[in-house]
Write a protein that binds this ligand. Sequence first.
Ligand code: CDP
Length: 211
Amino acid sequence: MPMIIALDGPAASGKGTLARRLAAHYGLPHLDTGLLYRATALALIEAGEAPDDETRAVAAARGLALTDFDEAKLRTRETGQAASIVAAIPGVRAALLETQRAFAARPGGAVLDGRDIGTVICPGAQAKIFVTASPETRAGRRALELAGRGGGADYAGILRDIRERDARDSGRASAPLLAAADAVRLDTTHLDVEAAFQAALEIVEARRSRV
Ligand code: CDP
């Protein structure tokens, strides 16, 4: 039976790193669904359009190609903020739904991470993990990550961004950030990457043995 692993959680909670590690461990393809929203937002930024322009945002989401993502541009703070604005538009979410479901339907299974994987995209996923960490820990990690990419590491500004995005992602009407009823919560505040990976692996293995 193909295994789908769904990881959801707020910004910089560590779900991307966990998703990559789990995908490598099980030999499964991985989709970071945040990149789809970031790429939609970047298309608007580059065209000089506002991220809350619904018609343009939906057209940008429909026109996305899964390939040629420029991660350097997609991972900036500006693109992240704009991504959470386009992500609140129901038409944008609808435009990106089939791409995500098709990825999840690969014959061998898949790992997807995002905000609504366990609730909307793959409600039938065998393993669902809701990854959290304190806002301060997440801001510290994001500052390190952005510094590693050559960007500025303005901790206070990053913490502000994270709180703003948490509020927008959790408060929106369309597919808000929410743990699925059958998701296992994993708080990574006091875990390093290796410890978080081991904890995630235990969760997945426990689910697998139930199937
Ligand atoms: O990497 P980080 O956690 O900062 O963000 P991301 O996963 O790249 O997502 C960027 C934004 O896209 C989020 O703030 C969400 O608003 C949106 N998003 C979403 O709505 N649904 C998803 N499945 C993934 C991302």
